[in-house]
Design a protein around this ligand. Sequence first.
Ligand code: ZN
Length: 497
Amino acid sequence: MRNKYTTLNIKQKVRIYSIPFLIISVLIVIMESFSTTTPLKKCWEKQGKIIDKNLVTFYFNEELNKLGHNFKPWEKTKYSICGNIWVNQNRFLKNDTLTTKRKRTYYSKTEYYKNTLLYLDYGDKELSPITNEMYLKQLIKSARYSPIYLLNYFVENTNKLSVKTSPESNIYSITIGEIPVQLFINKSTKLIDKISYLTYDELYGDVVTSYIYSSYKKSKTFNYPSKIEIKKINGKVVDKVAITNLKIIPDKVQLLEKPTNYKFVTSKAEKKTQIKTEKYNGFIHFINLAHTEDKVMVVEFEDYMLVAEAPLNSKNGELIISEVKKIAPTKPIKYFVFGHHHPHYLGGVRAFVHKEATVLCTTISKEYVKYIANAPHTIQPDSLHFEPKKLKTQTIQDSLVIGKKNKMNIYFIGSKSAHTKDFLIYYFPKEKLLFQDDLCWIPKKGPITKARARQRGLYNSIKELKLNVETIIQSWPLENHKVKTIIPFQDLEKSMQ
Ligand SMILES: [Zn+2]
């Protein structure tokens, strides 16, 4: 065979002569990456190294706080959870009991390992369908109780890590799915201080969740944090986990059976946007957003527009604005108002801040509006992120009258709604029309049932304010719950008897 180097051209010769340099530079890179991952390896030896045949197991107590449809902004619903964890570098298992404030208990089970997530949700009898996204997220979520599994993932993927240092920590970053995750190793103790990750929330924008590990204890050579603080939504909500009775046992535990036909399901496609505008009279319009089950009110005044409610996210806010432009192309949106701080009414506020509308609100939700308006949205940018505008608010004390010829009155009913502390209702005296968010539950078919607290709250407020109401229009839900959205006042009266 002809020697392939005999006919080398100059370019190729240069390449061959530079091979030693290439080797040296590769060596430098390897050494460098070795030295930057040394703290990671040391950390793993102290708190991640468990032989395959063993499992670390412990008992945990957890305080879980959830934001939801509560009485005031940032108010949390508290749950207490206790249970057992079994974990090593290959598997994560959890068996727990959740107790609600009303002392009801529910059980859940999790079994997680390579390409598999088995999850029996609270109160369920069958395993939940799992998407690839849920599977990847579980890798991060396991660190809520123990950093072992996730730490091992960092160690196994050193080629994908980026490294930084701060005066206190060596910081390793990796992307799991689409989620950037950071691991903070304390320079002096070589133990994990913190793991944090960044996700997107359509209401709060870019949100960082941090697991803060403290009160480290030692079991033989193995170190573990006995306290974990979970700071959610940039620290606005804090959960706590306490760990006791840690033991190392043989790996023989199984909580759930893997179904023979096990596979991931595809994530549900986002609901198609469906928007329809209907004219109520010469100056009141309603926009129905079928994909969110919401009815939005648009009121046309002499030389400006008012929009009441915008559900869930900026995208819906922007959709509503484009519909308003069709109703009155030249009139600016001067006011945006939301009946209460829940996402179905306030979620689209940022689109209106971008249009420089004044947000009408109560003192109870003013700071909350400010938080949402100023929240960075780098992951899914909206118009306000691209073009920041200063938030303008106007607070309503007891009531506010808008308009000269066409009049609209906004009343603060607050806690009388039996729903939220910041509740507002809208009244048109000439039309004898009242628009409100979600207080009235009159079935579309069948007899009118006895009013519950919210509905009684609405009725009593109407009576107290001496409003002459003929028709009530409700914002949510449009179809789902089989209740009326256009309610004759007599229906409400009947439900009070
Ligand atoms: Zn609500």
